[in-house]
Design a protein around this ligand. Structure first.
Ligand code: PLP
Length: 354
């Protein structure tokens, strides 16, 4: 959506514009959708099977399982790992709330842990301090598309389920039990509806997630588990297959844009960079967020305005103070950074930032 700023009539630079994605790839996407409709198989068919094979090859994990959303990818990973009532799961105190909601949905208790001041990733020292004899797992989040270091968390002896909803293409193959991701439309790899996936090398975990996503059935109407419906549609899978082929170029474009902002305004407090950062969100920190944003010729975002420890539905979970998470929430500001941003829009924003 284009909005217009001021009397000059200069269009405000959008924070995201999915219509541009369709303008660029519409024919490919519409062909994929039509192929599914003509096939007469709209769920659990050849497209999902092909997507899962392509995602596994792309990620290096032996198994990729498509599910209904990124939230479900986390919930089903936790459930398949045997995590539930009575278990505690460490989560960063600064994240998209679905990370935390997923732990609750699995029946376990999320324990918010403070984050690093530069990276906004869960702080391994605070994580160690939060461990009790009920702690079973940790869900590190690769926030904004920056890969966080999971090795110190693995050293805690917990099950590690990574939340890579914002980090398509940022991660190297690792040895966590599972990596969960989201294909929400604005993600680096986004669909045309909800979707998610779990990556794992563990065949038993993959099998369990396949069972849980389809009412616990291996055989029609024989329910081996009390489960749920979290099937990815064939249309979604076909559209994601189109996107997967473009993902490396899209990520490169995001990197170029983020690099340009940072080079134009090195004086600003940018979210820590990383060689594999895929800049799902390009974020800086400023104590005068509203005044700063008003001066820009762009729509901006706040990801996220409250830490988990400040959220009305979740603040009762707080065990320890999380001042760094709350400082991120108070100061973060997201700039437009999506592949279809025009060069002249990037130029205008660079000039305003410098
Ligand atoms: C870090 C993080 N985790 C989990 C999710 C949940 O994904 P979904 O919206 O596909 O359920 C999101 C997406 O909003 C996210 O950004």
């Amino acid at each position: 959506m284009t909005s217009f700023a001021g009397a000059g009539g200069v269009p405000t630079i959008p924070l995201i514009d999915l219509a541009r994605r369709h303008a660029a790839l519409g024919a490919e996407i519409e062909d994929a959708v039509a192929r599914v409709l003509r096939s007469g198989r709209w769920l659990l068919g050849a497209e999902l099977e092909a997507l899962e094979a392509e995602l596994a090859a792309w990620s290096g994990y032996r198994h990729a399982i498509g599910v209904g959303s990124g939230t479900d990818a986390l919930v089903l990973s936790l459930r398949a790992a045997g995590i539930g009532a009575g278990d505690e799961v460490l989560v960063p105190a600064f994240t998209a709330v679905p990370t935390v909601a997923a732990v609750c949905a699995a029946g376990a208790t999320p324990v918010p842990v403070d984050v690093d001041a530069a990276t906004a990733a869960i702080d391994p020292h605070a994580a160690r301090a939060a461990c009790t004899d009920r702690t079973r797992a940790v869900v590190p989040v690769h926030l904004y598309g920056r890969p966080c270091d999971v090795a110190p968390l693995r050293a805690l002896g917990l099950i590690v389920i990574e939340d890579a909803a914002q980090a398509h293409g940022a991660l190297e193959h690792g040895d966590s039990l599972a990596v969960a991701t989201s294909f929400y439309p604005t993600k680096n790899l986004g669909g045309i509806g909800d979707g998610g996936a779990v990556f794992t090398d563990d065949a038993a975990l993959a099998d369990e997630i396949r069972l849980l996503r389809h009412h616990g059935m291996r055989e029609l109407y024989v329910h081996e588990r009390v489960a749920t419906n979290s099937r990815m549609s064939e249309v979604e899978a076909a559209v994601l297959r189109v996107g997967l082929a473009h993902l490396p170029a899209w990520n490169e474009r995001r990197r170029t844009i983020a690099r340009r902002y940072r080079a134009a305004a090195p004086q600003l407090a940018w979210h820590a960079d990383h060689p594999r950062h895929v800049h799902h969100l390009c974020v800086l920190r400023t104590p005068d967020r509203n005044a700063f944003a008003r001066r820009l010729p762009a729509a901006t975002g706040v990801h996220y305005p409250l830490a988990v420890t400040q959220q009305p539905a979740y603040r009762s979970l707080a065990r320890a103070a999380c001042p760094r998470a709350e400082a991120w929430a108070a100061e973060c500001l997201t700039l437009p950074c999506f592949p279809e941003l025009h060069d002249d829009e990037v130029d205008r924003l660079c000039e305003a930032l410098s």
